[in-house]
Design a protein around this ligand. Sequence first.
Ligand code: CTP
Ligand code: MG
Length: 231
Amino acid sequence: MTWAVVPAAGRGRRFGGEVPKQYLPILGRTVLHHALERLALHPRVRGLVVVLAADDARWPGWRELHGKPVLACTGGEERADSVLAGLRALPDTVRERDWVLVHDAARPCLRHDDLDRLLDHGMAHGVGAILAAPVRDTLKRARANGEIAGSEPRDGLWRAFTPQLFRRATLTRALESALLAAAAITDEAMAIERLGLRPMLVEGAEDNLKITTPGDLALAEYVLARLGRPG
Ligand code: CTP
Ligand code: MG
């Protein structure tokens, strides 16, 4: 049984609008509600820590979801600050070597079979693992004026998703070290890589999309309508 930390303290600048994207509705529930619920309904998830912006007035104050405890804490300026706050808010029953999942509030379409494979492969590997998918499109480097400067080989390149699975103490140490060094990190694996550790890539469904711009909301609605409730 694994706890999950769900960073939901972002402002959604690329999405725009007054309401942060994690609080926009899809099929009658907020994006955050979908993300938390799909985790809570998984039999191997023990509990949830949701990380909120300091001025968040929209959090419904849930203390549990589908029988799983839900704890809330306050995040920080960067995603790494928020995830670190979430790790510190985990209960003491989560020990240093225990595994912890980190999952974006903005990814409401997680499939249970992907989460199962992530847990199996990450724990078997020892360092941890992330869901990801190989890059399929041809990659172009752009000039400032929008012309193509050249093409980049895509061999061996993957797109990093969440959830990402690491041991509590290792991830805490990795994020503290990255923040201390002011290293720009955009996911948890980058912080782990900085320590010289090499987590596994576990291929997951590409429809585990992160809502980033308004067009993604309609896509996520389509995916969720087809997936139905997990379990
Ligand atoms: N996040 C967070 N704390 C931050 C920044 C981001 O908890 N300081 C969370 C977001 O709420 C989101 C996840 O991390 O669930 C992934 O981040 P992203 O998609 O970049 O969301 P935002 O940072 O909100 O969006 P943007 O970068 O467009 O401002
Ligand atoms: Mg962001």
